[in-house]
Design a protein around this ligand. Structure first.
Ligand SMILES: Cc1cc2nc3c(=O)[nH]c(=O)nc-3n(C[C@H](O)[C@H](O)[C@H](O)COP(=O)(O)OP(=O)(O)OC[C@H]3O[C@@H](n4cnc5c(N)ncnc54)[C@H](O)[C@@H]3O)c2cc1C
Length: 491
């Protein structure tokens, strides 16, 4: 069988991509080396845009059931325990039609994503199957696969292959993609604990403990789960640091051993790197195989999920012959500068949190006390060049997702294709031939009669916006001529 797409790796990026492609009816095989979900938590936070991706994958309700909205913000505290700065919590409803931040236990999220795949007869998941080699031929890619349970070897063929195979990606090696280094490589001890019923009350918000002698982060995850991230200092011996007798004293200001069970204590080296060359021919990278982000902003997995939302509709259009394979080159050109902006900010934030020089720390603390530095505002970079028209500042930004008069959220009404939202007055001036051309391309037209959408257009001083399937704004228009002149990447 020749699959439309083979996905290597069933982590969050691979599982989300498989859901998005399954929704579009493509034939997909997912090959995962491990027999089960990686049982230990890594990511604990995602943002509102990512919840919107889950919504578009039809999984918002089950994801909401295993997450909690993060409304309480982040406190920066010095070595003496004085609060230097509070990064305020966020509103219960942000621009994406949900909260701005969510906390979760990664294995539970991965379980929801995997469960979602059972909806699609066209998606096959093969666990315990390791891809050992990737060979591209003219019209297909052949993957050498070892079934680790049956101890058998075989070949899987697909028209396109997406390497969602994590930091040590085999596909990245096959692409021979060099890595751009954004400078941060720092070992941290990640300690996850489950509180017992008699544990003391701990903060419900995140705490950055800015002690130059030992920077640490505390996070309230979900339920009784709590995370501490502890920076390794010169002279620390990693194998010693993870031993309970050395670990607990570091947490003495919060809890004692009798208050919690250790879920795990592992040293991770946080990296800040990005591959150059996410696509060659029929091979592509997504998620940690394409980039790695230090977790100070909680954005590594988020970036991978934005990757696959960007890629899914492009693969669909190319595989169905509606667009040229060149469309796939816009995937990296759009996503790479976007993820780089997040990594660069995480590195800057890391530099601030990781300060170990006492004088520098004093200066930082003084600045913190004086007010909230710009660095803490959430970035909203534009996509890089690609399927975007014009240089209006909204082009390349996600469209907000208001609730319509019916109570339905915008994306639920727009479906999976390109869309035009325009004032009824402007639409009345559009010729029949333009309307027929939109119809032929499957473009959905939404007259902006609903209050929230009409007010948004008015506030932006716009008559119309064109949206892509990933809900980024492709173009804006104010006249029938501008609207008719828009070009669409799929015919
Ligand atoms: C301590 C820590 C905290 C973090 N906190 C956050 C956070 O709060 N928010 C956030 O957004 N991100 C966070 N991250 C990052 C996040 O965990 C990762 O970005 C995310 O898990 C990457 O997902 P992925 O699907 O790209 O790769 P992975 O989850 O690594 O999945 C790759 C999969 O590919 C499989 N695989 C690999 N090679 C092969 C092969 N040859 N054949 C078959 N299968 C293969 C692997 O078994 C694995 O299942 C954190 C990371 C760490 C370490």
């Amino acid at each position: 069988m020749l699959f439309d797409v083979a996905i290597i790796g069933l982590g969050p990026a691979g599982a989300c991509l498989a859901n998005l492609l399954g929704q579009r009816g493509l034939s997909v095989v997912v090959l995962e080396r491990e027999a089960d979900i990686y049982p230990l938590p890594r990511a604990i936070h995602f943002d509102g845009e990512v919840m919107r991706i889950f919504q578009n994958a039809g999984l918002r309700a089950p994801v909401e059931a295993i997450t909690r909205p993060g409304l309480k913000g982040m406190h920066f505290v010095n070595a003496q325990g004085d609060t230097l700065l509070i990064r305020a919590g966020t509103a219960a409803h942000g621009p994406h039609g949900c909260a701005n931040n969510y906390y979760f236990h990664q294995p539970e999220l991965e379980a929801v994503l995997r469960q979602g795949l059972s909806r699609f007869a066209s998606v096959q998941v093969r666990l315990s199957c390791e891809v050992t080699d990737v060979q591209e031929w003219g019209d297909r890619v052949e993957l050498s696969v070892t079934d680790r349970v049956q101890q058998t070897h075989g070949t899987v063929k697909a028209r396109y292959v997406v390497g969602c195979d994590g930091a040590r990606s085999l596909v990245r090696k096959a692409l021979n993609a060099p890595m751009k280094d954004l400078g941060l490589h720092q070992p941290w001890l990640v300690f996850d604990a489950v509180l017992k019923p008699d544990a003391p009350e701990l903060p419900s918000y995140t705490v950055q403990h800015c002690d130059p002698a030992r920077p640490m982060t505390y996070c309230n995850v979900t339920g009784n789960r709590r995370r501490w991230e502890i920076m390794l200092m010169p002279g620390d011996v990693p194998e010693e640091m993870v031993k309970p007798e050395n670990l607990w004293p570091l947490l003495a200001r919060w809890i004692r051993p009798e208050h919690a069970d250790i879920e795990r204590a592992v040293i991770y080296t946080f990296h800040s790197i990005i591959a150059e060359g996410w696509r060659k021919g029929r091979l592509m990278l997504a998620g940690d195989s394409a980039h790695q982000t230090p977790p100070f902003l909680g954005q590594g997995m988020c970036a991978g999920l934005r990757d696959v939302f960007n890629l899914a509709w492009k693969l669909d259009a190319v595989i169905r012959g509606k667009a040229s394979p060149d469309l796939l080159d816009t995937y990296e050109s759009e996503r790479s500068p976007h993820v780089e902006a997040f990594i660069a900010l995480a590195v800057r934030l890391g530099d601030i949190i990781q300060t170990t020089d006492p004088q520098e720390a004093q200066e930082r603390d003084r600045k913190f006390k004086a007010g909230q530095p710009e660095i803490f505002s959430f970035p909203s970079p534009r996509l890089g060049p690609g399927v975007l028209t014009g240089d209006h500042p909204l082009v390349g930004q996600p469209m907000p997702q208001p609730a319509l008069d019916s109570g339905q959220l915008l994306d639920a009404v727009l479906g999976q294709n390109f869309a035009i939202i325009a004032s009824p007055e402007l639409l009345n001036q559009v010729s029949d031939s333009t309307r027929n051309a939109w119809l032929a391309c499957g473009i959905q037209v939404l007259p902006a009669r609903d209050k929230a959408v009409a007010e948004w257009l008015q506030a932006q001083q716009l008559q119309a916006v064109a949206l892509r399937p990933d809900r980024y704004i492709q173009a804006v228009a104010n006249t029938p001529g501008e609207l008719a002149a828009l070009s669409w990447p799929q015919a």
